[in-house]
Design a binder for this molecule. Structure first.
Ligand SMILES: *Cc1c(COP(=O)(O)O)cnc(C)c1O
Length: 387
């Protein structure tokens, strides 16, 4: 294995950041294309930035945050965190103790690693289900978690969503929803309701996923629960600071679900081109993706003697896409333990700068190069860590 642990992932991400920095600072006329769907952003006027220096700003932002936050998420009260992972950690710290059970229902594995890490931290027993017939809520369960849309954009249907909430509430157990991308994918593409409107007690979304906000976690829910999580976040410094809150508010005001819906036809066009040459692609709600298992299978069918692991192949391809084709996909820049699935999100702003045929060509060319280098572990390592 080339990338084995969190430290290796850090090294890989720092390597990718060096490529991005060199690219931005070079005089080359070509562009960098962020197709992650996590474009981030910081929309703010000069006057608003001036407000950050006074005590008045945060007070004004707070009222505005409640207004735009409830509009986006539903619920009674809003609270902003540094990341979605921070919201997950704070909720589990606030609601779960050693020996308690946490059960999680989602459309498909894998769950976000912060959920499992937080449960381990408090010493909770963690169970994960993807099949309603098998879904079981043990007696000592203190929290039921639902993931609305997974890291790979596998979206839970609204019927199952409601059934899980009903079963938890029958036992008086609160429901927390990890709706990092789901708060937009579920509502904009699948016409589902916000998690709080479906009965969730807490729901958190990531303000840089499929919208133009900063990386941050926006939490909504019943006031009683939000207050508990907010207090716990303040104890550990997990809450968002004023600059991030300002950018969140403006991104929420700017958000238009039509932009996501517009990506559907582009996705279909790209998919039609790709299936002529590859077996490994699947559609996502707003793009296409290749799972680590499918990538390994496709590589094996076209090349003998590639001994790289599934995840190393993902990291390698993602770094080739970045370095050779100027395309940012998540595995090159991701946080430790995140899904290594390669996703091309056509709702990304930068997707509009490329013709579908160009995206197809960049994918094909980079895959050809992947086939060439993946038999050479030394060379692969150099590419992954940008040595
Ligand atoms: C992205 C994501 C997270 C974590 O978001 P961060 O901003 O990286 O903390 C959690 N859960 C799911 C399902 C995600 O897709």
């Amino acid at each position: 294995m080339i990338v084995e642990n969190s430290l290796d992932e850090l090294k890989k991400r720092e390597g990718a950041y060096r490529i991005i920095k060199n690219f931005i600072e070079s005089d080359v006329e070509s562009e960098l294309y962020d197709l992650t769907g996590l474009s981030g952003g910081f929309i703010a006027s000069e006057e608003e930035i001036d407000l950050l220096q006074t005590y008045i700003g945060p007070a004004i932002f707070e009222d505005k945050l409640q207004e735009v936050g409830v509009n986006h998420m539903g619920g009674e009260k809003i609270f902003a965190l540094n990341r979605t992972s921070s919201g997950i950690l704070a909720s589990i710290l606030a609601l779960v103790s050693k020996g308690d059970s946490v059960v999680h229902f989602l459309k498909a594995h894998p769950a976000h690693p912060s959920i499992i890490r937080a449960c381990n931290l408090v010493g909770a027993v963690y169970d994960e289900y993807i099949d309603l017939d098998q879904f079981k809520i043990k007696d000592n369960t203190k929290l039921v978690i639902i993931t609305g849309s997974t890291m790979d954009h596998q979206v839970l249907d609204e019927e199952s969503f409601k059934k899980v909430i009903e079963r938890a509430h029958n036992k008086n157990i609160p429901v927390f929803v990890d709706d990092a991308s789901g708060a937009r994918l579920r509502t904009a593409i699948f016409n589902q309701k916000p998690a709080c409107d479906l009965g969730a007690d807490l729901s958190v979304t990531s303000t840089d996923k499929l919208m133009k906000g900063p990386r941050g976690g926006l939490m909504a829910g019943k006031e009683e629960y939000v207050n508990m999580v907010k207090a716990k976040s303040n104890e550990f410094g997990l809450e968002a600071q004023a600059p991030v809150i300002l950018a969140m508010i403006n991104a929420l005001k700017d958000y238009n679900p039509q932009n996501l819906r517009d990506s559907i036809s582009k996705k279909d066009e790209l998919f039609m081109l790709l299936i002529k040459s590859f077996n490994m692609f699947e559609k996502t709600p707003t793009g296409v993706m290749v799972s680590k298992e499918s990538l390994k299978k496709e590589v094996n069918s076209k090349r003998d003697k590639c001994n790289l692991s599934e995840t190393d192949l993902c990291f390698l391809w993602s770094m080739i896409l970045l370095k050779n084709e100027n395309i940012i996909t998540i595995p090159a820049v991701s946080m430790p333990g995140a899904s290594t699935t390669i996703r091309f999100d056509l709702s990304s702003n930068d997707a509009n700068k490329l013709e579908i045929k160009e995206i197809y060509e960049k994918i094909s060319r980079s895959f050809e190069y992947l086939l060439e280098v993946c038999v050479d572990e030394d060379k692969s390592r150099k590419i992954i860590y940008n040595l």
